[in-house]
Design a protein around this ligand. Sequence first.
Ligand SMILES: [Zn+2]
Length: 231
Amino acid sequence: MRRMILRMGTGQLRAAEHNESGWETGALMIIWGTYVTRKIVQTGQFYCPGCAQHRSYNLRRPKKWGHLYWIPIIPMEELDRYVECNACSKAWNESVLQHDPIKEQQERDLKLAAMIARLMTLMSGERDVSSELANRIVEASKAPLGVSTTPAEAFCAVTAMEDPNEILADAAKQAAYLTDRGKEAVLRAVISVAPNQSMREREFALADTIGRQFGMTPAHVKGVVDDMTID
Ligand SMILES: [Zn+2]
């Protein structure tokens, strides 16, 4: 009996030629083995860590089959699904779909812009967001923090959360994403919309509270207030 294994392609396909006794050489050739199919089960956009940007992907489900003459006969094993980037062709664990640094940054920016809008409105004492205030909110978000927002978004943020205690608690949470310079920039923007240039007790107390929510020292807050107020 003569047995020969032929390897084809990347080694995923195997063919075996059997010459059983009693048969003339070449009279019968049985080809069998295993191969892997990689069916696409989902497509979409994802953040590819390899490309460091959004790309389209194919989610593939590899399955090992036993074949006879390359006709799949027996499903043998389901392998781990993986995400394939259509740009760089790299394969990633399926969990890569849960992580999107670009989207996470956008969501953080949105929350930050909302916080700025609320704090500035709180300081302004306005019940509704005037178009002048909305424009100043847009400006204050953009200039030092690089967060872009619109007057309409600022208005929505202000109407979505009106309780001052809730606004201040949210500010303490957002502070985690701000640098010291960022915190000071927000505080300056807030103070800039105080109704009186020389701040009264209410305005000063609010600035002090916001500073504390940001983890700034009272001395730091006082320094900023003194710097911004005209006697
Ligand atoms: Zn890629």
